[in-house]
Design a protein around this ligand. Structure first.
Ligand SMILES: [Zn+2]
Ligand SMILES: [Zn+2]
Length: 255
């Protein structure tokens, strides 16, 4: 089956431009230097899922005119991946409840921060309804598609990333153990975070992301979760290997 990935956002936690920044990249007029918080839409057949639901979720759904989703997969609990949770409301009204897929720790965090969503006894009528599916298996199905969760390390925090057929979406990665790396062989498309030029304690920098691409040898790679400290889109793209691309908001790829 052919699959489509739509980049809803490709920015790091604060987005690009960053509030109150006078950095030249933040002031750039190139639309590719405007990056909402990282998230993608994954679609195949008649199905559409979102990975992560950050603070820009509402804008992203409006921009891409997403009329319907079948569920949300979460990578981890950080605000740039979860703060748009309440904006699942319209989809929750359509579906009755929105299926969400996540690790146990991420669910526990959502229950604390969005307690009114999970309060069964005294529900506010407008609150979104979700059906939580904890990921414990080595693989699971979304409708007719097998999904392989891949656990990566975001500094000391385990983050759940996902492989769909020959596509993998990895974000907020710093390190991956060999067992998990084995799940990332033979990819057509690898999406992975490349934060900036300088090293960072919890994210791959540009060189480390390039090294990972070389090691995993996907046909093509797209970098995401980008900070203004990576530089201008166009200037960075020029120096990348032929099969490596900086993703940008609105980019669609079909495989
Ligand atoms: Zn993040
Ligand atoms: Zn994070």
């Amino acid at each position: 089956m052919s699959m489509k990935i739509t980049f809803l956002g490709t920015g790091t936690s604060q987005g690009v431009p960053m509030i109150a920044s006078n950095d030249p990249v933040c002031l750039s007029k190139d639309p590719k230097d405007n990056r909402l918080r990282s998230s993608v839409l994954v679609s195949w057949d008649n199905f559409t899922y979102v990975i992560d639901c950050g603070p820009d979720f509402r804008q992203q759904m409006l921009r891409e005119k997403v009329q319907h989703i079948d569920g949300v997969l979460f990578t981890h609990e950080h605000a740039d991946h979860t703060a748009g949770f309440d904006d699942l409301r319209p989809y929750s009204y359509q579906l009755g409840e929105v299926p969400i897929y996540l690790n146990e720790r991420t669910l526990e965090s959502l229950k604390i921060r969005f307690s009114y969503v999970f309060n069964e006894k005294n529900r506010y009528p407008g609150a979104p309804k979700v059906a939580a599916n904890i990921i414990r298996q080595n693989s699971f199905f979304l409708n007719n598609l097998e999904v392989v969760p891949v656990e990566v390390m975001h500094g000391n925090l385990p983050v759940t990333c996902y492989r769909f057929q020959n596509i993998a979406y990895l974000t907020d990665v710093k390190t991956i153990n060999d067992f998990e790396k084995d799940k990332l062989k033979g990819l057509k498309v690898l999406v992975v975070n490349a934060l900036r030029i300088e090293e960072h304690p919890t994210h791959l920098n540009l060189q480390q992301a390039l090294d990972l691409v070389e090691e995993l040898a996907p046909e093509r790679a797209y970098f995401t979760h980008i900070s203004h400290k990576l530089g201008f889109h166009e200037a960075v793209q020029k120096n990348l290997p032929k099969n490596v691309f900086l993703a940008f908001d609105g980019l669609k790829i079909e495989i």
